[in-house]
Write a protein that binds this ligand. Structure first.
Ligand code: NAP
Length: 164
């Protein structure tokens, strides 16, 4: 099964403001994110990311038609690890799964080399404060550039393959 990490960042590598706010991202991005998730059929989120999306209102979550699998070490109703969530998606028969979370979650993905591909949206804004895309950790992973899409005049979407 192919695991695709999907994130949207500021030009200086933040995935959210200090308070978790993602209002620096273009409105149209959510539709693009949803269309990718819905096409693949399954999304793995950290519980915290799911709660963040829920807090934006029903309009946002209603657009997600993909099967949602949540990860949390504390919450017993979620998968206890990212590996468990990936295995759950595989058991459900998905051939591809999108995975998305915050900086600690993403660090685990790179440390354990759990992603096969990366889709990265880059919003041309510099954020002085905020949550980093990937927390510092013990990894060095090479990627191979695949393609770039321009989502609008300013917004770019990069596709990479993770070298294993
Ligand atoms: N722009 C984007 O692309 C993007 C994407 C996703 C999220 N976000 C934003 O990022 C923010 C959340 O990021 P964050 O850095 O604060 O949190 P995070 O890295 O998503 O981690 C939050 C929680 O996820 C669980 N978790 C993390 N790593 C785990 C692992 N290896 N195994 C099992 N569970 C793990 C833990 O849950 P428990 O504590 O419950 O165990 C942890 O507390 C939100 O504001 C969200 O809106 C942005």
């Amino acid at each position: 099964m192919k695991v695709i990490l999907h994130n949207s960042i500021s030009l200086n590598g933040k995935i959210a403001g200090k308070d978790g706010n993602e209002d620096f991202l273009s409105e149209q991005l959510w539709d693009d994110v949803c269309s990718i998730m819905n096409r693949k059929g399954c999304i793995i989120w950290s519980k915290k990311t799911f709660e963040a999306v829920k807090s934006w209102g029903d309009d946002y979550l209603d657009k997600v038609k993909a099967k949602i699998i949540l990860v949390s070490r504390k919450n017993k109703n979620c998968c206890g690890s990212i590996e468990e969530a990936i295995s759950e998606a595989r058991k459900l028969g998905f051939k591809e799964v999108i995975i998305s979370g915050g900086s600690n979650f993403n660090k685990s993905i790179w440390e354990k080399k759990l992603a096969d591909e990366l889709i990265l949206n880059i919003e041309p804004v510099m954020l002085g404060e905020g949550i980093s895309w990937v927390e510092e950790g013990n990894f060095r992973v090479k990627l191979e550039f695949q393609k770039m899409k321009k989502l609008n005049a300013n917004l770019i979407q990069l596709y990479y393959k993770v070298m294993k």
